[in-house]
Ligand binder design. Structure first.
Ligand SMILES: Nc1nc2c(ncn2[C@@H]2O[C@H](COP(=O)(O)OP(=O)(O)O)[C@@H](O)[C@H]2O)c(=O)[nH]1
Ligand SMILES: [Mg+2]
Length: 320
């Protein structure tokens, strides 16, 4: 079994040597461990530092494309390099390299397709009170949306089976962490979680710049990932919520129309009722369309998966 540890980096020349030095090169059940650095347009010589400090493979973007793009590219490169297991970790040495053994164990044993390292959030002094709350709330929402039991949804310390690396498709621009968990559900990938340790902070987080910004981007990612997963449920519920008050208003108008007061008055109820019913109905129809489009995407993702299988699993094409 071959494990490739991939690290997305954006200007990490300072902390990368320490991170690389801490990575294990021998793990039970794994024959070979290699390291891939995805340098996302760094301007501080990250790629050179990576090579000097023992990274086996370095991929470099000419310009900054964001974490999600670097993650996706990393998965593809790992597949092309013949990885059976892929581990993702951060360049700032936030996670403890030795814990990678724990992370890959459920995959080596064939019990999971994706293993998420759960940080001891409560004990983390570097996390502010608000950040801890947000992490808990975010993980709760992801659990609800995905039907999984992941305690730490935003953890970037994860292991993926080759199958998962082929099936996951990340389109969001901000983070892949939430999207991949929501996707695992409809892709039939088993998600497991293991407790892991964290090192003291080496530098401030670059992804979590401000709370409103982080919230906005995370909510956006989650909403879109879920919409893709169950469009009709979301749009249908919104449509029904709009239609019901409309029908009530319409019934009110009908009641007065046929009661003693005759045809005069309560036209407002009729107008608002009609608007609500009309808009609600439109939303439901759009939901149906979204459902058809989502079915199409699933079909395309299945085709993509098969293409990847041919591309990466045909023996003479795999780069060893
Ligand atoms: N590819 C890429 N990676 C990034 C970018 N910003 C941060 N990262 C990487 O994402 C990982 C986590 O970043 P960090 O700032 O520690 O965020 P934290 O997860 O909140 O601690 C590190 O390996 C960073 O190098 C970016 O713009 N592009
Ligand atoms: Mg960090």
């Amino acid at each position: 079994m071959k494990l490739i540890i991939q690290i997305p980096c954006f200007n990490e020349a300072e902390t990368l040597p320490e991170t690389l030095a801490d990575l294990p090169r021998e793990i039970d059940g794994i024959d070979r461990v290699e390291v891939l650095i995805v340098d996302d347009g760094s301007t501080d010589g990250t790629a050179d530092v990576a090579r000097e400090h023992g990274a086996d493979h370095v991929v470099r973007f000419g310009q900054n494309k964001g974490l999600a793009a670097a993650f996706s590219r990393g998965l593809d490169v790992c597949l092309a390099l013949g990885a059976d297991v892929v581990v993702g970790t951060d360049a700032d040495n936030q996670y403890v390299g030795a814990d990678i053994a724990e992370l890959v164990a459920p995959i080596v044993e064939g019990e999971a397709d994706m293993v998420i390292g759960a940080r001891p959030i409560r004990e983390m002094a570097d996390f502010s009170f608000v950040k801890k709350r947000l992490q808990r709330l975010g993980s709760f929402v992801v659990r609800m949306l995905s039907g999984t039991r992941v305690p730490d949804a935003t953890s970037g310390f994860r292991a993926y089976s080759r199958e998962a690396a082929m099936k996951l498709v990340v389109l969001g621009e901000f983070t892949y962490t939430l999207e991949t968990i929501i996707q695992s559900q409809y892709k039939g990938l088993t998600v497991a979680s293991v407790p892991i340790r964290v090192n003291p902070l080496t530098r401030k987080s670059r992804l979590f710049k401000s709370i409103p910004e982080y919230l906005r981007r995370s909510l956006n990612t989650m909403f879109r990932a879920y919409l893709l997963f169950r469009p009709l449920r979301v749009m249908g519920a919104a449509g029904v919520l709009l239609t019901l008050p409309g029908l009530a208003l319409f019934a009110r108008w009908l009641y007065f129309y046929f009661s003693v007061e005759g045809a005069t008055g309560h036209v407002q109820s009729l107008i608002f009722g009609a608007i609500f019913v009309f808009v609600g109905f439109q939303v439901i129809v759009i939901g149906l369309l979204a459902d058809l489009i989502a079915a199409n995407r699933r079909f395309l993702e299945d085709v993509l998966y098969r293409v990847k299988k041919v591309e990466y699993d045909t023996p003479d094409r795999v780069v060893k």
